[in-house]
Ligand binder design. Sequence first.
Ligand code: ATP
Length: 510
Amino acid sequence: MSLLEVEGLTKSFGGRRVLRDVSFALREGEIVGLVGTNGAGKSTLGDIVSGITAPDAGTMTLLGHAYAPLSAEDARHLGVGVVEQLVRIDAELTVAQAVFRGTPQAGRPQTELREQARALLGEVDLDVDPDTLVGELPHFVHPLVETARVLAEDTRLVVLDEVSAVLLPSEVARLHAVAGELSRQGRGVLYISHRLPEMLEVVDRVLVLREGRIALDAPSSALDSVRLAAETVGIPVTLPVRREPAAPQPSRPDQAPVPAPARPAPSDEVALQVRNLRVPGRVEGVDLVLRRGEVVGLTGHRTSGVREIAGALSGELPALSDEAVLHGEPRSLDPSAADAALRLPAYRPDDDAYGVDPGETIARTLTQEAWGTLTDLRKEIATLRSVINTVHKLDVKTMSIRTVFGALSGGDQHKLALARWMASARDVVVLHEPARGLDVRARQQVRQLLDEATAHGTSVVVVSVDPDELADFCDRVGIVAGGRVARWIDTGELAVDAVRERIVEAATAA
Ligand SMILES: Nc1ncnc2c1ncn2[C@@H]1O[C@H](COP(=O)(O)OP(=O)(O)OP(=O)(O)O)[C@@H](O)[C@H]1O
């Protein structure tokens, strides 16, 4: 039986029509993937289904009854829950209170909630004490707490909006186990993601949203990630009725988004050398050599020490080393060492609003100049041209450069913030999750930003949970475990898929 039926949904923001006549059905026990480019309208559709946004037109039914939620709370009462990647739970609550907030049990004493919360956290495989304050948890844990909350309610349908974007492969596997369990219980899942290979492992069916419409509705068994990427960006492919298990069809190069060409090899000149890097209790004896123009990736479990290595390089954590040399100049890993401190600039997409005022226009965000102070018309025209070029080059979906930054889709915000940051990136920099939440084409655009920077001699340390991002962007990838780099994977001679597999294998074993 259909759990959810959506008929003719339409939604516009300002003059931009985001959804046009969207119709689909989701059956009980079905896990349906929703993909599309940045700004395609996936979150908008997820928000309508989960009551956060009202459609302009169209109807929905839930288990055969008319369904038109007035708010997210209303939707939850009617049986539809949502987990958003950027959910921020009140820092003052305990984890147990967070799990039960908005449910009939909310307000019960902590002693009563604790054991039930522990069981639910166990279901999402989250080893967190229910008495911990939410403010003490890293942000990536919030969506998992939120998933436990969905389990606490009698939710018939769960919308997972890019929850996997910030998760390690092992954590994604847990999320998939939860989705599988929901499906076995006859509940439905609408799974929004840009991480296509992983998504295809769990969903039964995939909807591709393109130009506001459902451009493809196909069983996952008929797709692979290359075909799905092509469908996402709108290059038509003919789908076989089912996948041939013995002989997978080779993808024709003209069907796939064009892969970025190989980056020129980094120079032999050493940009940064650190010997025996230590962060007491977390990192032990890491040696790092970064050549000029090289992109080196680091990944590992949450407790592996990978974040601490990055924190030591960017001067956020006090650290020790036997030697640290930046372009031949001795440096100190002690952040308080005045002029000699290493303190590499670091970009983090999960910094609140990327350090950008969400109410500021795209134009001002990119120019970082107060308008009205420019007196030279030619300079003003050149500045605006460069803003328009960036918006075009990065394919940002907006009708005007005067649109406020906060109204852009998550992926478009991230692309612009990264472009702004990279414009002033020099020398050696640390990038955390540079492709987080980006569609297949946007990833190539970020790769291009990196290529341009490295061609000018910038060297980059990429810290990431995403094996595809690491395989695609980096010359070498270090798998961190137990406070050390357990293994280096050279990406140069291997196809991206093979590198991805090695990273997943090594990171899972470490
Ligand atoms: N509240 C809003 N006000 C104005 N425009 C909005 C609003 N919410 C969404 N939009 C616009 O609607 C379009 C679709 O946004 P949406 O967030 O649904 O895209 P998405 O497919 O989820 O993208 P991403 O993959 O980048 O998260 C974007 O162009 C965005 O700018």
